[in-house]
Design a protein around this ligand. Structure first.
Ligand SMILES: [Zn+2]
Length: 165
């Protein structure tokens, strides 16, 4: 990125964050020559599609529709507005693009959807998680249930989404 002050192409990113609900990424940069700081806004490139690495190692393009269908199946008749589901899938996609850029293991997708569901609706969370994470037996399942009872659902903050990789 060319420095707007001295036009040298040598900078360091000091901070990155999503702006405008993830439509662009705001980066603070510092020129390594003149040490001045400047901000860039980079559009999230929707055409360079995120690839999902499946368990068998094959790669498929990330498909938000498919994630949404999985979510809808888990929601069943639970009273969760459709817009909230779409919003959730969008948030997850944007987060994945920022963290993984090009390729993301499939379990990371499920993990993030599940993480958000935990605070929206514990029943849907359990349904989704049991489908997605393939609980081996009833014991896994009841352990997960009792974990939920121990800690009441909390809304995830941006920082714990980023550290729970
Ligand atoms: Zn400079």
């Amino acid at each position: 990125m060319l420095c707007p002050y001295c036009e040298r192409d040598d900078d360091r990113v000091i901070d990155s964050r999503a702006s405008d609900v993830g439509k662009s990424i705001r980066r603070r940069r510092e020129c390594q020559k003149c040490n001045r700081r400047f901000t860039t806004f980079e559009r999230v490139e929707k055409t360079s599609r995120l690839m999902v690495i499946k368990r068998d190692g094959t790669r498929v393009p990330f498909d938000p529709e498919k994630v949404l269908r999985g979510l809808q199946a888990a929601c069943g008749k639970r009273p969760i507005p459709e817009e909230q589901k779409i919003e959730l899938v969008r948030d997850v996609e944007e987060e994945l693009m920022q963290i993984f850029e090009r390729e993301v293991p499939s379990h990371e997708v499920g993990l993030r959807v599940a993480h958000q569901l935990k605070s929206i609706d514990p029943i849907v969370y359990i349904r989704y998680a049991s489908e997605y994470f393939d609980f081996q037996d009833l014991e896994d399942f009841s352990r997960e249930l009792s974990d939920l009872q121990d800690e009441p659902p909390v809304f995830p903050t941006q920082s714990d989404l980023f550290t729970k990789k």
